[in-house]
Design a protein around this ligand. Structure first.
Ligand SMILES: Nc1ncnc2c1ncn2[C@@H]1O[C@H](COP(=O)(O)OP(=O)(O)OP(=O)(O)O)[C@@H](O)[C@H]1O
Ligand SMILES: [Mg+2]
Length: 263
């Protein structure tokens, strides 16, 4: 593994934010001078302590909130609103309780402007996403009959059904128990590789970042800045790489403490 400081590299980005700043009305800046990018098919973990502005940055990068300053480009076009080529997963699955698994996964998939194969293509996409997250056989269940882990699988399937070029995920597994979380981390990597999606994963879990990400970006300070970056070049599956994980974990912890001390 190596430490990467790739700020000069501007080639081949799916998403690129340059010199981004954001302030809530009447408040001090949440973050400023942030350069961040995600390459096609790359899994990037945005790691940082509670309250450092990760979720705010994710909302800005997803086009849900306009930045106060800076520029944002997604798939080579300026981003001013959420793109149909991206999808979001949050800590809570936010399923519609009156719809079964299939209908929740398909909800909002807009095929109205597509030709007449639309219905079949829609159903195939939904079923493929359900199969990919391991919920085949549970299609007719309602959210009340799902465990927390199953509900998050539905949320992930709903995102995948959009065939996103980029998946934004804000602490998607932090409400799950440790075993389910580990299963979901493995599943996430597997499905985004198969779907050819890039991921921006917000987490405050160092182990999750190391196990899942191709690159880890550490955010910290007040206002928030990007403090460090690590390229994670461990082979997958990574759980077998205990020694290397431990070493990188210590390095990140030291950087986090450095960030805190400087704040
Ligand atoms: N809607 C809002 N209006 C005003 N301030 C906000 C709003 N949302 C968040 N903040 C503030 O902005 C800062 C960054 O919040 P944000 O939720 O982005 O942090 P975070 O890194 O995601 O934290 P956590 O790890 O706890 O989820 C915090 O000080 C928070 O209180
Ligand atoms: Mg947050």
């Amino acid at each position: 593994m190596s430490i990467l400081h790739a700020k000069g590299d501007i080639g081949g980005w799916a998403l690129q934010g340059q010199d981004l700043g954001f302030a809530y009305p009447g408040a001090a800046p949440t973050f400023e001078h942030i350069d961040i990018g995600v390459r096609p098919r790359e899994i990037v973990a945005l790691l940082g302590g509670s309250g450092c502005g990760k979720s705010t940055l994710l909302r800005v990068l997803a086009g849900l909130q306009a930045p106060s300053s800076g520029t944002l480009t997604f798939l080579d076009a300026p981003l001013t609103a959420p793109s149909p080529h991206s999808a979001l997963v949050f800590q809570q699955a936010s399923l519609l309780p009156w719809l079964n698994v299939t209908a929740n996964v398909g909800f909002g998939l807009d095929f109205s402007r597509q030709p007449k194969i639309a219905r079949i293509a829609h159903d195939q996409r939904v079923q493929a996403a359900i199969d990919a997250v391991g919920l085949a056989g549970s299609e007719r269940r309602y959210p009340a009959a799902l465990s927390g882990g199953m509900a998050q699988r539905v949320a992930l399937a709903r995102a995948l059904a959009r065939q996103p070029a980029l998946l934004f995920a804000d602490e998607p597994f932090s409400a799950l128990d440790a075993i389910t979380r580990a299963d979901m981390q493995t599943l996430l990597v597997d499905v985004v590789h198969r779907w050819h999606s890039a991921v921006l994963l917000v987490t405050h879990d160092i182990d999750e970042a190391i196990l899942v990400a191709d690159r880890i970006v550490l955010m910290g300070g007040q206002p928030g800045r990007i403090m460090h970056e690590w390229q994670v070049e461990l082979p997958r599956p990574r759980l077998a790489e205990a020694q290397a994980i431990g070493a990188l974990r210590l390095e990140i912890l030291a950087a986090l403490h450095g960030v805190r001390a400087a704040a």
